[in-house]
Design a protein around this ligand. Sequence first.
Ligand SMILES: C[S@@+](CC[C@H](N)C(=O)[O-])C[C@H]1O[C@@H](n2cnc3c(N)ncnc32)[C@H](O)[C@@H]1O
Length: 427
Amino acid sequence: MGSKKTIFTLNLNGYAPEITDLTYPLIEAYARKIGAGIHTITERKFPEWPLTYEKLQIFELAQQMKNDWNIYIDSDTLVHPDTPDLTAMLPRDTVGHFWSDFAPVRWRSDRFFQRDGRNIGSGNWLAVASDLCVDLWRPLDDLTPKEAVANIFPTVAEQRSAVVERSHLIDDYVLSRNIAKFGLKFKRIKELFDEAGFEKGGYFFYHHYLFNTAQKVAELKKAIRTWGIYEIMGYDFERTPVDVAEGITGWMSRPELEWLYEKAKGMKDVVAIGNFMGRSTYTLCAATGNGGGPTMGMVYAVDPFVFSGDWKNYVNPSLGLQEGDDFSGEFLKNVGHFPNLVTIKKKSVDAADDPVIPGKVEMVFIDGDHGKEAFLADLETWAPRTTKLLCGHDFTDPMYPGVKEALYEFYGKDRVKQGPDSIWYIQ
Ligand SMILES: C[S@@+](CC[C@H](N)C(=O)[O-])C[C@H]1O[C@@H](n2cnc3c(N)ncnc32)[C@H](O)[C@@H]1O
């Protein structure tokens, strides 16, 4: 016999549709996957209490609905499509939150907390409890709203956020107290994921409560892109150049691309050595392009565009490239539309005297031949021509120790700086 599961959310006064447009499709998909219904709490039943206290409606609702399992998810939470059914992982006699903190940090202790002794502080943006444990959401019967709120002491981070009000922590307070009062067994869901062997706790949820709405929207979009679910979930919010670049085959990570984008902004001319399918090139062209306006900067993409050399062993075979293939067509499909792109089909040292590249350029990004000698030759050729920023990739890649060795030899250790992940740049 299947069990009856309900996912609850709280949405009073039409809570931020710009957030729920992002989060609800995933919550709905999760509900479908685990065979749960969704119940959104939209009406106030406890008007004398702060808004978040309305989550405690679950105590009555869960019983009326005869649910075997109840899952509460805050409306600003992203649920990854791969998230496993939490009700299959948590014992029925145990309640779960994604994480918990130390109760007396934020709550004035009382006899329940002291007798219980575990001092579990709820982070109840995610809460899971079976029918055995609905007391998790039992409304208070021994404190007035004023007395309850007086027991709450927001952390410094919460106070500084200017987003979380003391009274808004009432739900976390009551759930923490109920865990203590009823001696509910408790498990952190992140630890369930760890125990199940998911790397770093699974990354199945994204939730950040100290951001304002605009920040949340930006961060949620970022998480959606990082999770790679933009297309499969049918999102249609506008994508940033880094999002698009991330969709192009290559090796540079998102933090590296973001770094490159920020650094290239406003540069008048950039030489990009080693472009492959255009992942870094896209980022550079978008950052300097200024929509083709009068302040448009130029990107000189230097690469023989021939599939050859040791790097080809790290290319996904599914691309079907064979030794000697010319892949400039793929490159141009990805970036050929940029009006500020100049493609130079040459090795970097041969491109050095190409008349199309100015004698001095503001920025040079090197990600070409990573052999020590060839890379040193690139430094010798391009460093004297760079006026603002010389940088490149694979500083820490164990496959290419020559990059770091050459940089230290050429510049000395102190002048070589590391950016995000494997980025190097010269101070
Ligand atoms: C690691 S890939 C570059 C990846 C690229 N930056 C990206 O974001 O995907 C190395 C590229 O360097 C190119 N390359 C190899 N030797 C080169 C050289 N001597 N001069 C210029 N490019 C070279 C290869 O053709 C290849 O496209």
